[in-house]
Ligand binder design. Structure first.
Ligand code: B16
Ligand code: MG
Length: 239
């Protein structure tokens, strides 16, 4: 994934005839790369617990809720804990994670994000956020993105984790757009499945091998523009 925030201007202009009426963005891994902060915080915890935890293991936690992530880690370490012990460990991990994200700045918005959102707004396409993270409000504040999205659905407003479609359906409802007119941008396998379960088009951000069920896969939003969206709509219309 690209790290530099060049947010270069796209050449797209004028009015396109797009079917899409809303774009819903996952947060972690699409708008910002918080996976490394999650990894640093989980690593502190696993070192304390004597569990060997690698960056490759961390890939399996993308898009997965906090407690479900801890369950995966405990399984890797072959440990069984009570629900209250797990709550304590998850809270400790989150305390460390908050130390990292409190230092985030708008420089960390991933390349192409703001330009693509501007392009969407120029076509009156709604822009929403759909994230599993309960820390979404703080991250949006740190990135100065609070006023950019028309709606935010996150881990605080939904109860069922991806691949359940709840978070994306909620975002669509908030912007008043039917699911079939929504396009989701996702970096996690579980998130792609959630978008498809919602009956939405899904554009994967990352590796084709992992996000194979997505309708299209790109490396990052700097590769995205309205013409590509239009081409995808035409391709799917013809399938
Ligand atoms: P929190 P997303 C997800 O966000 C992350 O990908 C995942 O690694 C994390 O465990 C989950 O949020 C919960 O985050 O602990 O901050 O509530 O990708 O759905 O935006
Ligand atoms: Mg994600």
């Amino acid at each position: 994934m690209e790290k530099n925030n060049t947010n270069k201007t796209k050449s797209t202009s004028g009015r396109l005839q797009l079917r899409t009426k809303a774009c819903i963005f996952d947060l972690d891994g699409v708008v910002v790369d918080t996976a490394r902060y999650h990894f640093m915080a989980w690593k502190r915890l696993t070192d304390d617990l004597g569990i060997k935890f690698t960056e490759k293991d961390n890939e399996h936690l993308k898009g997965v809720s906090r407690i479900a992530s801890l369950d995966i880690i405990l399984e890797i370490g072959g440990k069984k804990l009570s629900a209250s012990e797990k709550e304590k460990l998850a809270a400790l991990k989150n305390k460390w994670y908050l130390e990292y994200i409190n230092r985030m700045t708008p420089e960390e918005i991933l390349p192409g994000t703001l330009d693509f959102i501007d392009d969407l707004k120029s076509q009156n396409i709604k822009v929403a956020l759909g994230s599993a993270s309960k820390n979404t409000p703080l991250i949006l504040e740190k990135l100065k993105l609070k006023d950019v999205f028309d709606a935010v659905a996150d881990g605080n407003s939904v109860h069922k984790a991806k691949p359940d479609p709840e978070v994306f359906l909620k975002a669509a409802e908030m912007v008043g757009v039917e699911a079939s007119r929504c396009v989701v941008f996702e970096d996690a396998y579980a998130g792609v499945e959630a978008a498809l379960n919602a009956g939405m088009i899904c554009i994967g951000i990352g590796e084709k091998e992992i996000l194979k069920d997505a309708h299209m896969v790109i490396k990052g939003l700097s590769e995205m523009d309205l013409n590509k969206l239009s081409d995808l709509e035409k391709r799917l219309g013809n399938e």
